[in-house]
Ligand binder design. Structure first.
Ligand code: F3S
Length: 279
């Protein structure tokens, strides 16, 4: 069976940067913890825990003296304030693209816009975007798609998008706002890495007999890749680890495509490709 990897797959710039910052802390022998799992990849989080980087759910749970690592999704301004008031050392691994989206949300609110955040309600990045816009005095709505837009919106309306959302979601929301006669100010903060992985996965899924999508089930961008692949290739399988691969999935397959979410490190992709090649 021929194994073909998508042109773009696996750990993005922001994840690689966050991992390398966490590894540097370990190498310096500093006690550290991440606020929430560093990335949405259980294997990586377990590995960090084994090397002494624990996970705290809230600033209050961070032990005195620990370096608090902010993950690539970023945090709310309130979390930064809470860490500062406790005098904690903070290592900020917020992805620069997420920081740009936070700034965009804040600026839209400052300009007096009603801010529409296109994204997944409850996702930490979306909570951050919402908090930056609220902090700048804006009214905010989080919508997953055009169907969730509230009634009664009026100009000025600003739109910002969670970095890992699909471009089509943003376009659909903007179109729906325009159809209401509004003139939204749009900040397209969809991350290029996400776009590249989605396009490459869609392209590859059309040409292979089966697709394997690698990444945490709690990773929103990996889940999106799985959805995209499933549309183009009936035999699409989302897995986290090599031991989940079932040879029966690939009966009569001559080609299998592989893609991986932006929070999936290279060694995990290679381990699964090795298993597929051995089938
Ligand atoms: Fe950053 Fe894009 Fe990755 S926003 S964390 S480079 S998916």
């Amino acid at each position: 069976m021929k194994v073909i990897r998508a042109r773009y797959a696996g750990a993005c710039y922001g994840v690689q940067r966050a991992l390398s910052m966490a590894n540097d802390v370990v190498a310096r022998g500093e006690a550290a913890c991440t606020l929430g799992p560093l990335i949405h990849n259980p294997q990586v989080v377990d590995d960090l825990a084994a090397r002494g980087v624990s996970v705290a759910c809230r600033v209050e749970d961070v032990a005195d003296g620990d370096v608090m690592i902010i993950r690539s999704h970023g945090v709310t301004p309130q979390v930064r304030d809470a860490a500062a008031s406790r005098g904690l050392a903070v290592l900020d691994a917020t992805c620069p693209h997420v920081a740009r989206a936070q700034k965009a949300a804040e600026n839209l609110a400052r300009q007096g816009c009603h801010v529409v955040v296109v994204g997944e309600a409850g996702h930490p990045e979306v909570e951050g975007l919402t908090a930056y816009a609220c902090g700048a005095g804006g009214a905010v709505d989080v919508v997953a798609g055009p169907g969730e837009l509230p009634d009664g919106l009026c100009d000025p309306v600003g739109v910002v998008v969670q970095t890992t959302q699909m471009q089509e979601q943003l376009d659909a929301v903007v179109e729906a706002l325009r159809a209401r006669g509004l003139s939204p100010v749009v900040k397209d903060t969809v991350c290029f890495a996400t776009r590249q992985r989605q396009e490459a996965a869609a392209e590859l899924a059309q040409t292979v007999d089966a697709m394997v999508i690698i990444g945490g089930r709690n990773s929103s961008n990996t889940t999106r890749l799985a959805e995209i692949c499933a549309k183009a290739c009936e035999r699409s399988f989302h897995v986290e680890a090599a031991d989940e691969i079932d040879p029966a999935w690939f009966r009569d397959c001559r080609t299998v495509g592989v893609t991986a979410g932006a929070s999936t490190p290279e060694d995990q992709i290679q381990a699964i490709e090795d298993v597929l090649r051995a089938l």
